[in-house]
Design a binder for this molecule. Sequence first.
Ligand SMILES: C[S@@+](CC[C@H](N)C(=O)[O-])C[C@H]1O[C@@H](n2cnc3c(N)ncnc32)[C@H](O)[C@@H]1O
Length: 261
Amino acid sequence: MMLHQRTGPANPANLPSARFFADVGITANMRVLDVGCGNGDLSRMIAELVGPDGEVVGIDRSEAALAAARGMTPTAEAAPISYQAVDLSGEFPDLGEFDAIVGRRVLMYLPDAAATLARLAKLSRRGTLMAFQEHARADLPGGPDELPVHRQCYDMMWDTVAAEQGDVTLGYRLANLMREAGFAIEQARSEGILFHPWEESFLPTLARLMLPRMIERGVVRDGEIDLDGLARAIDDERRAVKGTIFWDLAFLVSGRFQSAE
Ligand SMILES: C[S@@+](CC[C@H](N)C(=O)[O-])C[C@H]1O[C@@H](n2cnc3c(N)ncnc32)[C@H](O)[C@@H]1O
């Protein structure tokens, strides 16, 4: 039973994950590493896939995120999950070998994702599965009408990732980087993240979550953004648009370890 209470709409950027990670070859009894696990949303999904005789290890550098993850209770049919503080930009502690390594929206935040993938290759044996969902900055949002408020949010958010030394092209480069780390690519596809005019938008929640990071990185000044006003403007714009808003691009890539180059 999950104890987590969600207050607003779900993040539509997570919608491709259930389909993708269930379809890459994660099976019962596997030992799986979730890289940059955050509050463990993906770890819990994987724990259901590998079942009670499997094992999931979630690693992240944020103690706050790990504390939130540890506060959730997995189902009886799910694998046990352990969470550990690890900085993906440094050397890893001894984590053992894994049957599968997964991650969602994490490589894009690293200044040197190739170096992290090389370290992950050392936790792999021939046949170890790797599957990541990452995103990239594109010329979005798109739609049938002009979307100035959504566009302003999109630019502020990606400018923040860039200012944090993240790689805003990571989604486009994901398959190449995995190949260079020794993984033969099995699936590589992209899925659009959509907002519909009739559905409450996740965007005000996202803006609220990201505002401290935007201020810290100087993308906006403290006091410059009125979150309630922005939420109203986002809602007005999505209600008025005569079609679907194409908000973001998810890249979904899986492969199997052959050997390090
Ligand atoms: C957008 S969140 C995604 C969380 C989770 N994968 C999910 O999809 O729910 C990005 C996560 O990457 C973690 N992260 C970013 N840079 C990191 C690093 N250098 N080492 C470890 N974790 C890192 C952050 O702490 C955060 O929890």
